[in-house]
Design a protein around this ligand. Structure first.
Ligand code: HEM
Length: 259
Protein backbone atom coordinates (compact mmCIF):
# COMPACT_ATOMS: atom_id res chain seq x y z
CA UNK A 1 0.00 0.00 0.00
CA UNK A 2 1.26 3.47 -0.91
CA UNK A 3 2.18 5.75 2.01
CA UNK A 4 -0.57 8.24 1.06
CA UNK A 5 -3.11 5.38 1.05
CA UNK A 6 -1.85 4.22 4.46
CA UNK A 7 -2.27 7.73 5.86
CA UNK A 8 -5.78 7.98 4.34
CA UNK A 9 -6.75 4.57 5.82
CA UNK A 10 -5.37 5.58 9.23
CA UNK A 11 -7.17 8.94 9.18
CA UNK A 12 -10.41 7.20 8.12
CA UNK A 13 -10.40 5.29 11.41
CA UNK A 14 -9.96 8.48 13.46
CA UNK A 15 -13.19 9.54 15.09
CA UNK A 16 -15.04 12.84 14.96
CA UNK A 17 -17.73 14.27 17.23
CA UNK A 18 -21.28 13.65 16.00
CA UNK A 19 -23.36 14.24 19.16
CA UNK A 20 -22.73 16.54 22.11
CA UNK A 21 -23.16 15.43 25.74
CA UNK A 22 -26.53 17.23 26.00
CA UNK A 23 -27.84 15.33 22.95
CA UNK A 24 -26.65 12.00 24.40
CA UNK A 25 -28.41 12.89 27.66
CA UNK A 26 -31.65 13.82 25.83
CA UNK A 27 -31.68 10.61 23.80
CA UNK A 28 -31.08 8.45 26.88
CA UNK A 29 -33.83 10.25 28.80
CA UNK A 30 -36.41 9.81 26.01
CA UNK A 31 -35.33 6.20 25.42
CA UNK A 32 -35.80 5.22 29.08
CA UNK A 33 -39.06 7.22 29.47
CA UNK A 34 -40.54 5.79 26.26
CA UNK A 35 -39.65 2.19 27.19
CA UNK A 36 -41.24 2.49 30.64
CA UNK A 37 -44.33 4.25 29.19
CA UNK A 38 -44.82 1.42 26.66
CA UNK A 39 -44.34 -1.30 29.31
CA UNK A 40 -46.85 0.36 31.67
CA UNK A 41 -49.24 1.72 28.97
CA UNK A 42 -49.77 -1.31 26.71
CA UNK A 43 -51.16 -3.65 29.38
CA UNK A 44 -53.72 -0.92 30.19
CA UNK A 45 -54.65 -0.75 26.49
CA UNK A 46 -55.21 -4.54 26.29
CA UNK A 47 -56.34 -5.39 29.85
CA UNK A 48 -58.06 -8.70 28.92
CA UNK A 49 -54.93 -10.39 27.57
CA UNK A 50 -53.14 -12.81 29.87
CA UNK A 51 -49.72 -11.17 29.23
CA UNK A 52 -51.20 -7.79 30.31
CA UNK A 53 -52.53 -9.26 33.54
CA UNK A 54 -49.27 -10.97 34.46
CA UNK A 55 -47.27 -7.82 33.55
CA UNK A 56 -49.52 -5.64 35.73
CA UNK A 57 -49.23 -8.17 38.57
CA UNK A 58 -45.42 -8.19 38.27
CA UNK A 59 -45.38 -4.38 38.33
CA UNK A 60 -47.22 -4.45 41.67
CA UNK A 61 -50.86 -4.15 40.58
CA UNK A 62 -52.87 -1.68 38.48
CA UNK A 63 -52.51 1.19 40.98
CA UNK A 64 -48.68 1.02 40.90
CA UNK A 65 -48.67 0.51 37.11
CA UNK A 66 -50.73 3.69 36.62
CA UNK A 67 -48.54 5.57 39.11
CA UNK A 68 -45.34 4.56 37.26
CA UNK A 69 -46.95 5.48 33.92
CA UNK A 70 -47.94 8.95 35.14
CA UNK A 71 -44.52 9.53 36.75
CA UNK A 72 -42.68 8.66 33.55
CA UNK A 73 -45.23 10.74 31.62
CA UNK A 74 -43.78 13.70 33.50
CA UNK A 75 -40.24 12.53 32.66
CA UNK A 76 -41.29 12.75 28.99
CA UNK A 77 -42.75 16.23 29.61
CA UNK A 78 -39.41 17.22 31.20
CA UNK A 79 -37.58 15.84 28.12
CA UNK A 80 -39.80 17.96 25.85
CA UNK A 81 -39.23 21.13 27.91
CA UNK A 82 -35.46 20.43 28.00
CA UNK A 83 -35.45 20.04 24.22
CA UNK A 84 -37.30 23.35 23.70
CA UNK A 85 -34.73 25.03 26.01
CA UNK A 86 -31.91 23.45 23.98
CA UNK A 87 -33.37 24.81 20.71
CA UNK A 88 -33.86 28.31 22.15
CA UNK A 89 -30.29 28.42 23.44
CA UNK A 90 -28.98 27.01 20.12
CA UNK A 91 -30.73 29.72 18.09
CA UNK A 92 -30.66 32.80 20.33
CA UNK A 93 -27.53 32.38 22.47
CA UNK A 94 -25.23 30.53 20.08
CA UNK A 95 -26.79 32.00 16.92
CA UNK A 96 -26.73 28.63 15.11
CA UNK A 97 -29.21 27.59 12.40
CA UNK A 98 -31.96 25.00 13.05
CA UNK A 99 -30.42 21.82 11.62
CA UNK A 100 -33.68 19.80 11.75
CA UNK A 101 -35.68 22.25 9.62
CA UNK A 102 -37.03 20.52 6.49
CA UNK A 103 -35.98 22.11 3.21
CA UNK A 104 -36.80 21.49 -0.46
CA UNK A 105 -33.45 19.69 -0.72
CA UNK A 106 -34.60 16.97 1.75
CA UNK A 107 -37.53 16.01 -0.48
CA UNK A 108 -35.24 15.99 -3.51
CA UNK A 109 -32.69 13.81 -1.61
CA UNK A 110 -35.52 11.38 -0.72
CA UNK A 111 -36.48 11.02 -4.39
CA UNK A 112 -32.84 10.66 -5.53
CA UNK A 113 -32.23 7.98 -2.84
CA UNK A 114 -35.35 6.09 -3.92
CA UNK A 115 -34.16 6.15 -7.54
CA UNK A 116 -30.70 4.96 -6.41
CA UNK A 117 -32.24 2.13 -4.34
CA UNK A 118 -34.30 1.05 -7.37
CA UNK A 119 -31.12 0.91 -9.46
CA UNK A 120 -32.24 3.70 -11.81
CA UNK A 121 -29.17 5.86 -11.09
CA UNK A 122 -25.73 5.01 -9.69
CA UNK A 123 -25.01 8.11 -7.62
CA UNK A 124 -26.36 8.64 -4.08
CA UNK A 125 -27.16 12.22 -2.98
CA UNK A 126 -24.61 14.09 -0.86
CA UNK A 127 -26.07 14.34 2.66
CA UNK A 128 -25.39 16.82 5.47
CA UNK A 129 -25.23 16.37 9.27
CA UNK A 130 -28.84 15.12 9.43
CA UNK A 131 -30.31 13.42 6.36
CA UNK A 132 -33.95 13.47 5.19
CA UNK A 133 -34.74 10.14 6.96
CA UNK A 134 -33.54 11.48 10.30
CA UNK A 135 -35.46 14.75 9.81
CA UNK A 136 -38.71 12.97 8.85
CA UNK A 137 -38.39 10.74 11.90
CA UNK A 138 -37.63 13.72 14.14
CA UNK A 139 -40.79 15.58 13.03
CA UNK A 140 -42.84 12.39 13.43
CA UNK A 141 -41.56 12.18 16.98
CA UNK A 142 -42.34 15.85 17.69
CA UNK A 143 -45.91 15.28 16.45
CA UNK A 144 -46.26 11.96 18.33
CA UNK A 145 -44.93 13.35 21.63
CA UNK A 146 -47.24 16.38 21.36
CA UNK A 147 -50.28 14.09 20.90
CA UNK A 148 -49.18 11.74 23.72
CA UNK A 149 -48.43 14.55 26.20
CA UNK A 150 -51.64 16.53 25.50
CA UNK A 151 -53.93 13.47 25.50
CA UNK A 152 -52.12 12.06 28.57
CA UNK A 153 -52.64 15.30 30.50
CA UNK A 154 -56.34 15.32 29.50
CA UNK A 155 -56.71 11.74 30.83
CA UNK A 156 -54.88 12.71 33.99
CA UNK A 157 -56.93 15.84 34.76
CA UNK A 158 -60.42 15.14 33.26
CA UNK A 159 -62.30 17.29 35.79
CA UNK A 160 -60.15 20.37 35.21
CA UNK A 161 -60.34 19.87 31.42
CA UNK A 162 -64.14 19.48 31.31
CA UNK A 163 -64.57 22.70 33.30
CA UNK A 164 -63.19 24.51 30.25
CA UNK A 165 -63.79 22.18 27.28
CA UNK A 166 -66.58 19.77 26.10
CA UNK A 167 -66.77 16.34 27.82
CA UNK A 168 -66.47 14.44 24.50
CA UNK A 169 -62.78 15.34 24.64
CA UNK A 170 -62.14 12.67 27.30
CA UNK A 171 -63.10 9.56 25.24
CA UNK A 172 -61.48 11.21 22.19
CA UNK A 173 -58.22 11.68 24.17
CA UNK A 174 -58.40 8.07 25.38
CA UNK A 175 -58.76 6.75 21.81
CA UNK A 176 -56.01 9.06 20.54
CA UNK A 177 -53.62 8.12 23.39
CA UNK A 178 -54.16 4.39 22.90
CA UNK A 179 -53.80 4.33 19.10
CA UNK A 180 -50.93 6.83 18.92
CA UNK A 181 -49.10 4.87 21.67
CA UNK A 182 -49.38 1.71 19.58
CA UNK A 183 -48.30 3.56 16.43
CA UNK A 184 -45.29 5.05 18.26
CA UNK A 185 -44.20 1.57 19.39
CA UNK A 186 -44.47 0.17 15.85
CA UNK A 187 -42.52 3.11 14.40
CA UNK A 188 -39.73 2.65 16.96
CA UNK A 189 -39.57 -1.11 16.43
CA UNK A 190 -39.76 -1.09 12.64
CA UNK A 191 -38.38 2.23 11.41
CA UNK A 192 -36.08 3.53 14.13
CA UNK A 193 -34.42 0.26 15.16
CA UNK A 194 -33.92 -0.76 11.52
CA UNK A 195 -32.54 2.65 10.49
CA UNK A 196 -30.31 3.07 13.54
CA UNK A 197 -29.17 -0.47 14.38
CA UNK A 198 -30.39 -3.30 12.17
CA UNK A 199 -29.77 -1.87 8.68
CA UNK A 200 -27.00 -3.68 6.72
CA UNK A 201 -24.46 -0.89 7.36
CA UNK A 202 -25.23 -0.56 11.08
CA UNK A 203 -25.91 -4.14 12.20
CA UNK A 204 -25.69 -5.27 14.98
CA UNK A 205 -25.41 -2.03 16.93
CA UNK A 206 -24.61 1.61 16.22
CA UNK A 207 -23.04 3.05 19.37
CA UNK A 208 -22.66 6.66 18.13
CA UNK A 209 -25.63 8.03 20.13
CA UNK A 210 -23.98 6.70 23.32
CA UNK A 211 -20.33 7.55 22.58
CA UNK A 212 -21.10 10.72 20.60
CA UNK A 213 -18.47 9.84 17.95
CA UNK A 214 -18.24 8.24 14.49
CA UNK A 215 -15.23 7.44 12.30
CA UNK A 216 -14.14 9.91 9.60
CA UNK A 217 -14.62 7.15 7.06
CA UNK A 218 -18.28 6.72 8.13
CA UNK A 219 -18.82 10.46 8.07
CA UNK A 220 -17.45 10.57 4.54
CA UNK A 221 -19.77 7.72 3.48
CA UNK A 222 -22.98 8.82 5.20
CA UNK A 223 -22.64 12.60 5.52
CA UNK A 224 -20.45 13.50 2.57
CA UNK A 225 -21.66 17.11 2.40
CA UNK A 226 -20.79 17.70 6.06
CA UNK A 227 -17.48 15.87 5.56
CA UNK A 228 -16.59 18.19 2.69
CA UNK A 229 -17.42 21.23 4.86
CA UNK A 230 -15.23 19.81 7.63
CA UNK A 231 -12.32 19.30 5.21
CA UNK A 232 -12.72 22.89 3.96
CA UNK A 233 -12.71 24.17 7.54
CA UNK A 234 -9.65 22.02 8.35
CA UNK A 235 -7.88 23.27 5.22
CA UNK A 236 -8.51 26.88 6.16
CA UNK A 237 -7.06 26.34 9.65
CA UNK A 238 -4.14 24.18 8.48
CA UNK A 239 -0.74 25.78 8.45
CA UNK A 240 0.50 26.83 5.01
CA UNK A 241 3.88 25.13 4.28
CA UNK A 242 5.88 28.41 4.29
CA UNK A 243 4.42 29.32 7.70
CA UNK A 244 5.34 25.88 9.04
CA UNK A 245 8.88 26.25 7.72
CA UNK A 246 9.15 29.50 9.66
CA UNK A 247 8.07 27.57 12.77
CA UNK A 248 4.68 29.25 13.19
CA UNK A 249 1.18 27.77 13.45
CA UNK A 250 -1.43 30.05 11.99
CA UNK A 251 -5.09 29.64 12.90
CA UNK A 252 -7.90 30.85 10.66
CA UNK A 253 -8.63 33.70 13.11
CA UNK A 254 -4.99 34.79 12.99
CA UNK A 255 -4.94 34.59 9.20
CA UNK A 256 -8.17 36.60 8.97
CA UNK A 257 -6.83 39.07 11.54
CA UNK A 258 -3.81 39.78 9.31
CA UNK A 259 -5.85 40.43 6.20
C1 HEM B 1 -44.97 7.91 24.11
C2 HEM B 1 -45.33 7.82 25.33
C3 HEM B 1 -46.58 7.13 25.85
C4 HEM B 1 -47.10 5.90 25.54
C5 HEM B 1 -46.55 4.90 24.53
C6 HEM B 1 -48.32 5.75 26.33
C7 HEM B 1 -49.17 4.66 26.25
C8 HEM B 1 -50.38 4.57 26.91
C9 HEM B 1 -51.38 3.57 26.67
C10 HEM B 1 -51.27 2.48 25.59
C11 HEM B 1 -52.41 3.78 27.54
C12 HEM B 1 -53.68 3.00 27.64
C13 HEM B 1 -54.74 3.75 26.83
C14 HEM B 1 -56.07 3.03 26.81
O1 HEM B 1 -56.51 2.56 27.86
O2 HEM B 1 -56.68 2.95 25.72
C15 HEM B 1 -52.08 4.92 28.36
C16 HEM B 1 -52.87 5.46 29.37
C17 HEM B 1 -52.58 6.63 30.05
N1 HEM B 1 -51.48 7.44 29.85
FE1 HEM B 1 -50.02 7.13 28.52
N2 HEM B 1 -48.49 6.85 27.13
C18 HEM B 1 -47.47 7.73 26.86
C19 HEM B 1 -47.28 8.97 27.40
C20 HEM B 1 -48.06 9.51 28.41
C21 HEM B 1 -47.86 10.81 28.97
C22 HEM B 1 -46.74 11.79 28.51
C23 HEM B 1 -48.81 11.00 29.94
C24 HEM B 1 -49.03 12.16 30.86
C25 HEM B 1 -48.37 13.24 30.89
C26 HEM B 1 -49.62 9.79 29.97
C27 HEM B 1 -50.70 9.57 30.80
C28 HEM B 1 -51.58 8.52 30.70
C29 HEM B 1 -52.79 8.37 31.52
C30 HEM B 1 -53.27 9.32 32.59
C31 HEM B 1 -53.41 7.19 31.09
C32 HEM B 1 -54.73 6.57 31.60
C33 HEM B 1 -54.40 5.51 32.57
C34 HEM B 1 -54.18 6.11 33.93
O3 HEM B 1 -55.11 6.69 34.46
O4 HEM B 1 -53.07 5.96 34.44
N3 HEM B 1 -49.15 8.92 29.03
N4 HEM B 1 -50.83 5.39 27.97
Amino acid sequence: MERSEQIAAKRGKESVVRFKASQIFEHSLIMVAFTVLVITGLPQRFPDNSWSQSLIQNLGGIYTTRLIHRGFGFVLVFGAVYHIGFILSHVFRRKRPLSMMLTFRDFRDAIVTLRYDLGLIDQQPQLGHYDFRQKFEYWGMVFGCTVMILSGLILMYPIVVTRLLPGQLIPAAKAMHGYEGLLALLIILIWHLYGAHFGPEKFPFDSSIFTGRISRERMQREHSLEYQEMLNAEASTTVPQETQDQGGVETREEAEGKS
